[in-house]
Design a protein around this ligand. Structure first.
Ligand code: HEC
Ligand code: HEC
Length: 361
């Protein structure tokens, strides 16, 4: 387990506050900027160009296949569900709903997070019950509130029934006798996801160009660090590197107004220490992805920031202070990758026989 109690956290925050220099003018301003840059570089890293690893490489043919599959709905139980149904490019790879709806309109238990930069994370899903993006993509096929396929064989049969895919799989996985497999579905979509990074002006700042952020954004960054947010939201994703209890100081639902209480990771591990524990989400593009939290219970970013300070750090932020943090968080929005903003043209085909010519039949 990679978490820590409130004590270690308070110490960490105090250490950061100790290094704060009030920036006033001239030389002092430059000192303040240099200090801020140092503090930021201690907590964050710029986004990598892509998120390939030796185990999960991104050869172009695999990425191209994965891009097609990401937008492919015909493989789902009712012919309406693709990854892009819940991770829309128009909404920065989310769906704008508190909780996503899958095949046959079945309600998901949780909110759909963004897919952008998601491959950076140490685990996937709010409760960390998926190892990586490949595992996540493969198992989406079966989820009743996702693609809703009864088994992998049915999903693969639907895919094979669309002429064109077998050749694309052969190109993406050369030398394999039967490349249309659930593992390769996961690897291809994963390869595509590993290309979806969204560097922003914040990355230019982290690389040393302090004027890449406006004075107001730098002030917000300073507030974010001094308030203690970086204890959990750090690394290249500004989060995505650890599990934490949601509600360290007080029960989260008292501030979020959540109607149903999700117990978090304990339902995955059955370890009492995981009660109300969730993955710390990445905050890249967070201004573009409301509603917030695992249950979509909070509609706006200023409110989400207020709740976080209250339940994680026991701090009551003034409206001005939380607005400063929001201004900083807005600088984490990067342009959409072109390959994500534009949907591909998919291999053409009719509906498979079992489904008939009427979608949803
Ligand atoms: C019906 C809506 C829906 C569909 C379809 C869907 N997702 Fe998701 N996605 C979600 C929800 C909801 C979650 C959060 C689940 C959880 O944490 O319990 C999620 C989580 C994820 C995550 C983890 C992000 C993170 O920060 O932890 C990734 C990556 C992802 N989806 C990619 C995909 C891919 C790839 C596909 C297609 C194979 C897909 N999704 C299909 C709704 C959907
Ligand atoms: C002790 C760890 C911790 C600290 C400190 C912390 N957070 Fe969080 N943050 C989390 C966790 C865990 C979640 C996920 C909560 C859930 O289950 O929805 C989260 C969620 C969020 C979200 C919602 C993201 C989304 O996509 O829904 C925002 C915004 C956020 N935090 C901002 C902040 C800010 C701003 C601060 C400082 C005031 C902060 N956090 C401090 C752990 C922390």
């Amino acid at each position: 387990m990679r978490y820590f109690g409130g004590r270690a956290l308070a110490l960490g925050a105090a250490a950061v506050i100790g290094s704060a220099v009030p920036a006033v003018c001239g030389a002092q301003q430059a000192n303040g900027d240099a200090d801020l840059l140092k503090a930021a570089q201690a907590a964050f890293q710029p986004l990598p160009k892509d998120m390939a690893t030796p185990e999960f490489p991104i050869p172009p043919a695999r990425v191209e296949l994965g891009r097609n599959l990401f937008f492919e709905a015909r493989v789902s139980a009712d012919g309406t569900v693709s990854c892009s149904r819940c991770h829309l490019s128009q909404l920065y790879a989310t769906d704008g709903l508190p909780k996503a709806r899958g095949a046959h309109d079945k309600l998901n238990p949780r909110n759909a997070p963004t897919v952008l930069n998601a491959a950076l994370q140490f685990k996937e899903h709010w409760r960390g019950d998926r190892e990586n993006v490949e595992d996540q993509a493969k198992r989406s096929l079966l989820g009743p509130a996702g693609f809703g396929s009864p088994d992998y064989a049915t999903a693969m049969a639907r895919l094979k029934a669309i002429p064109g895919y077998t050749a694309l799989f052969q190109k993406a996985f050369p030398g394999e006798a039967d490349p249309v497999t659930p593992d390769n579905w996961g690897k291809a979509i994963g390869a595509y996801e590993r290309t979806l990074t969204t560097p922003s002006r914040f990355d230019d700042f982290l690389k040393g160009r302090t004027d890449a952020l406006t004075a107001a954004e730098r002030k917000g960054l300073r507030r974010f660090i001094d308030t203690g947010c970086t204890a959990c939201h750090n690394g290249p994703g500004v989060g995505g590197g650890m599990f934490q209890k949601f509600g360290l100081v007080e029960d989260y639902w008292k501030e979020t107004g959540s109607k149903e209480i999700d117990k978090g990771r304990i339902d995955v591990t059955h370890d009492d220490a995981d009660l109300y524990v969730f993955k710390v989400p990445i905050l890249r593009n967070v201004a573009m992805t409301p509603p917030y939290f695992h249950d979509g219970s909070v509609g706006t970013l200023p409110e989400a920031v207020r709740v976080m300070a209250k339940v994680q750090l026991g701090k009551t932020l003034s409206e001005a202070e939380s607005a400063e943090i929001v201004t900083f968080l807005e600088s984490l929005t990067g342009p959409l990758p072109a390959d994500f903003a534009n949907a591909p043209i998919l291999p053409a085909a009719g509906f498979d026989e079992g489904r008939g010519a009427t979608p949803g039949k």
